[in-house]
Design a protein around this ligand. Structure first.
Ligand code: F0G
Length: 418
């Protein structure tokens, strides 16, 4: 019923085969279901009564044995109505899907709970990934929960402190490479081909992105099955936007929603091969050899899932945009200060992109928009401290503080009581 299928030539592989790209043509794989069978299964299931979470949707996941599920309570994140920010940006309705509420603070946990459950089904002992930070934090946590060895390969000096701390404390073997994420990923792909016993859990693994599609299901359910007009997603390696689109199209195929949102991808100006291909109408991306952005999570020049992402954006009638580091940091502050949502720079790129696309009128002000905030702000405390006003320092005396803050002199108690 469920198979791994090549997105290029259509060759099928069973779900028990460890294969990361098509052996015939080299293209990416995706998980395919028999939707009639799935529909019949759903009719007998109580899934709609379960609380919002990744595993509310276990019938939609390529998992054989639910007793093997490795979970830290992922998903069920808030879809925050952000009216103050919407008014500032000039759009009618804005929601932020706050993925920082996940167990390790990013959307990656949706993918890892499924990916590590698959690893347990396959009986592997060691898992590996290359990462700009969040994938490594998430994989390390789920591997610990499942009792697996974990290896993470990161670009030296280019991942935020919070993420490095997570990977280290969860007990992963952390290897820093001299080079960027793209080079780290290439090395990891080679290692996992050479050592079949080491299971790769980057987003090229189609089981991992299955978990991430639950983000779309949740948005539909949180909006009472009336999908938004548009979903704005930060794009790095391009697995997430592809996964979210798959989620929406599946709900549509199953007649659970009647329309589909426009997928809109945002990339940092110094790392934007997909946005450039979309904006110039090209069918291929031109990789960037030395990607650069303050949003280290999306500092990626050769996104492995670019084909799936370009397909998602084009099929949905969406678009893509680039944003500068300055725009990203402004958006990060704006979201924190108008809505109380503290997200990391990569996540704020979706807000920065929305602002830009409203200004150029590519997004209509009457649209209902969901921006995906992919990771928690505490992942990268250095940036938050750098962009904010410094704390004021005085002696611990009320008078000094009144003076410093310009508070008026207190009225003597005797006058107040009269
Ligand atoms: N936002 C955050 C916070 C991320 O960590 C990432 C990717 C993205 C957006 C982009 O998602 O790659 O699916 O397009 N981080 C990966 C990592 C690459 O290693 O943690 P994508």
């Amino acid at each position: 019923m469920i198979a791994q299928v090549c997105i290029g030539c259509g060759k099928k592989y069973t779900v028990d085969e460890i294969v990361y790209s098509c052996k015939r043509c080299g293209e990416l794989l995706e998980i395919e279901y028999d939707y009639d069978l799935l529909e019949a299964k759903l009719k007998k299931s109580n899934w709609q009564k379960l609380p919002l979470s990744v595993w509310r949707y276990k019938d939609f996941m390529p998992i054989r044995d639910p007793s093997k599920i490795v979970s830290l309570n992922e998903g069920g994140t808030g879809l925050h109505s952000c009216q103050r920010l919407a008014n500032l940006l000039g759009v009618k309705h804005l929601y932020v899907k706050n993925e920082g509420e996940n167990p390790t603070g990013s959307f990656k946990d949706r993918g890892m709970t499924v990916g590590i459950t698959k690893a347990a089904e396959l009986n592997v002992q060691t898992v590996i990934c290359a990462s700009t930070g969040n994938t490594s934090a998430s994989l390390a946590a789920y591997a610990a929960k499942a009792g697996l060895q974990c290896i993470v390969i990161i670009p030296s000096g280019k991942i935020a402190q919070g993420k490095l701390a997570q990977a280290m404390v969860y007990g992963a073997k952390v290897v820093q490479v001299r080079g960027n994420f793209d080079q780290a990923l290439k090395t990891v792909l080679e290692l996992s081909e050479r050592h079949r016993e080491v299971y790769l859990l980057n987003s090229i693994n189609p089981f991992r992105v299955e978990g991430q599609k639950s983000l779309a299901y949740e948005i539909c359910d949180q909006l009472n099955r009336k999908p938004p007009d548009r979903v704005v997603v930060p794009v790095g390696n391009a697995g997430n936007i592809s996964a979210i689109w798959k989620g929406f199209t599946e709900f549509h195929k199953l007649d659970l929603i009647k329309k589909l949102p426009k997928m809109t991808g945002i990339q940092a100006e110094g790392a934007a091969p997909i946005a450039r291909a979309i904006k110039t109408g090209k069918n291929e991306i031109t990789p960037i050899n030395e990607p650069e952005t303050i949003a280290t999570a999306i500092r990626i020049g050769a996104p492995v899932s670019w084909k799936k992402a370009v397909r998602a954006i084009r099929e949905s009638g969406g678009t893509a945009e680039t944003v500068t580091d300055k725009e990203i940091l402004e958006a990060q502050k704006m979201l924190a200060r108008t809505e109380g949502l503290f997200v990391e720079p990569a996540s704020a790129s979706s807000i920065a992109g929305l602002k830009k696309l409203l200004e150029t009128k590519e997004i209509d002000k009457n649209e209902v928009v969901v921006c995906v905030a992919t990771g928690h702000g505490l992942k990268d405390p250095d940036i938050a401290i750098k962009i904010s006003e410094k704390p004021l320092t005085v002696d611990a005396e009320a008078g000094f503080i009144e003076k410093l803050l310009g508070l008026s002199q207190p009225i003597p108690a005797t006058i107040v009581s009269r």
